[in-house]
Write a protein that binds this ligand. Sequence first.
Ligand code: SF4
Length: 354
Amino acid sequence: MAGCQEGRKAGNNPMIVLSGLDLHEIEKITDELKASKFRARQIHNWIYLKSVKSIDEMTDLSVKFREQLKDVAAVTDTKIKVKQESADGTLKYLLEYPDGECVETVLMRFDNRANLTACVSSQVGCAVNCSFCATGKRGFIRNLTYKEIIEQVLTIQRDTGLKVTNVVFMGQGEPLLNLDNVLKAMEIFNENFQIGARRLTVSTSGIIPGIERLAELDMQSTLAISLHAPNHEVRRKLMKIEDKYSMPELKKALKTYIEKTGRRITIEYLLIKDLNDTLGSVKELVSYLHDLKCNVNLIPYNPTEKNDYQKPSNNSIMRFKSLLEQSGKKVTVRLERGADIDAACGQLSGKVKN
Ligand code: SF4
């Protein structure tokens, strides 16, 4: 029978997990089982395009071949430990990998859009420790492998029967501190899930060596920078990473990135009452961004239990937006999704709440 038991075969030989394998790797399995390469293509389609939960559902394979395959392989070894649904339709999953570590992944749905966006985690915990973030409080535990990253999207697809159209690396962890696995996962999203590069977004707290590497690679996906502050003092308070990669150096790296890739970047700005939503803040922000090719995404702060920051009033959010727009930038205010299940930005902690 399919499900969580698959991938945890008793005995000496662990099951091969099919999720995350590329066509070439699946062909090695079909070769071993003396089946044709066409069978490998069929299995690949069942995993990535049809999101089956079990080998039994691969109905264009003969019953005999499915039995052979089940002896050596399983669809997944990742468990859904907790699933929560917000009043707005957002789904949050707490997933458990075979070593017992857990991460959260979120599916955001918007009534007026066909897009289904998965917000994936790239690490268990995070070393960056931003003061507003629930994940940062856990500290760094380990990197996720690229297979564990893509397993998050596969789990969503298997569970909902829906096809994810966009992926944002905005869950737990700093993607640019696990860049090899993130890049490999992006390649697989692109090739196996047929999600276009422009529908993939990597969000960073501003890890300059990672940004430089993405510039060299001429990345065509969207780069989002969690700036969150108009000046050094406020950024230091929110993000310790400012001590290592300061705003002037970050700006230099971003200019090079934009020059090399020709891509417009997204600036993420968490709006916190009385801290960075003032008139002075917006003026400083306009000055910092004036020569950067960027859009700005304002994110009204979602309170967590672990700090005293507060959400600004709607008037203050709209005033900030309007002043920024007057400087010629395209500005959006992120719709709040999943706040009632702690799935909104900065609320993921990777822990089961009692
Ligand atoms: S906001 Fe991102 S980079 Fe900062 S601590 Fe949280 S997960 Fe890490």
